[in-house]
Unconditional design. Structure first.
Length: 287
């Protein structure tokens, strides 16, 4: 594979598909879906862990990366849509949360279809819409399950790292290294699922692994660098009371940029090995 040519085509496609605009659109939907996504993830993780502990650990991670103010903003988002304890109200709340979270995946699918140059056929009908929404629900639950697995692994590795630090301080880095490897593996799996399942394109798993791995690396590196920048800058102060929300939006927008750039790379890499893009049964090529 000619990496120079791949990089050239990546830049061309990135510009032609207006990835910056796609990222802004996804960020808009994400900010409205963020609270439902977090609540559903916490609820699923709460099947194994104490929900309050899960919520607290999540907020601590936000505070560690972005600062106290954004973490408080996230806490307010979660609290504002906390389901009622009444059975009927709880069922209705769960349905509303699922629909709210699925809006994010609908926007994500539209963006990825734009990257691949496909669009759903106009004759999909009612059941086609239901199928898309069911896929979104499934992905919402999948994200929650991955969070659950991630929490379990992080807890185990945290215990191992603490023990290593006490018994063999010089080998404590092994625990951190293992944590990094497992984290990258989990994020790669998540991006591979997104690139393989969501767009209306016929793809094999081997078509998405490299793109998913590169996207996971960029995502992890970017999270560290952006967190470092935000912790040493006065970005939030420049926007007054809305500063915390601005920081969250900056992070969401950056993440969307990384995701769509990874999708563009996956497409370019796919076209290096295949003659043309094959749309799914209910989609057609637009370019």
């Amino acid at each position: 594979m000619d990496f120079k040519r791949v990089f050239k085509h990546l830049l061309e496609n990135w510009s032609a598909d207006k990835v910056a605009t796609l990222s802004a659109g996804l960020s808009y939907y994400t900010i409205f879906s963020l609270a439902p996504l977090l609540i559903i993830s916490i609820a699923i993780a709460g099947l194994v862990f104490d929900p309050d502990s899960v919520r607290q650990n999540l907020l601590q991670q936000f505070a560690k990366t972005f600062g106290t103010a954004p973490a408080e903003q996230i806490k307010m988002m979660i609290s504002s849509v906390k389901p009622s304890m009444h059975l009927f109200a709880k069922i209705v709340s769960i349905i509303i949360l699922l629909f709210g979270a699925s809006g994010f995946f609908g926007a994500l699918q539209t963006g990825l279809n734009t990257v691949w140059g496909v669009t759903p056929k106009s004759d999909r009908g009612f059941w086609g819409i239901i199928a898309d929404r069911f896929l979104s629900f499934t992905l919402v639950l999948g994200v929650g399950f991955l969070l659950l697995v991630s929490l379990i692994i992080s807890l185990i590795l945290s215990i191992i790292s603490s023990r290593l630090l006490q018994l063999l301080p010089q080998f404590a880095f092994l625990g951190y290294g293992l944590n990094f490897v497992i984290s990258i593996t989990g994020i790669t799996l998540l991006f591979a699922m997104i690139f393989k399942i969501i767009p209306d394109v016929l793809l094999r798993w081997k078509d998405v692994w490299l793109g998913a791995f590169i996207t996971a690396l960029l995502f992890t590196l970017g999270k560290f660098l952006l967190g470092l920048y935000l912790s040493h800058s006065n970005l939030a102060e420049g926007f007054g009371a809305s500063g915390a929300l601005i920081i969250i939006l900056v992070w969401i927008y950056y993440s969307a940029q990384i995701l769509f750039t990874g999708a563009e790379f996956t497409k370019v890499y796919y076209l290096e090995k295949n003659k043309k893009i094959q749309p799914g049964r209910h989609a057609r090529l637009v370019k």
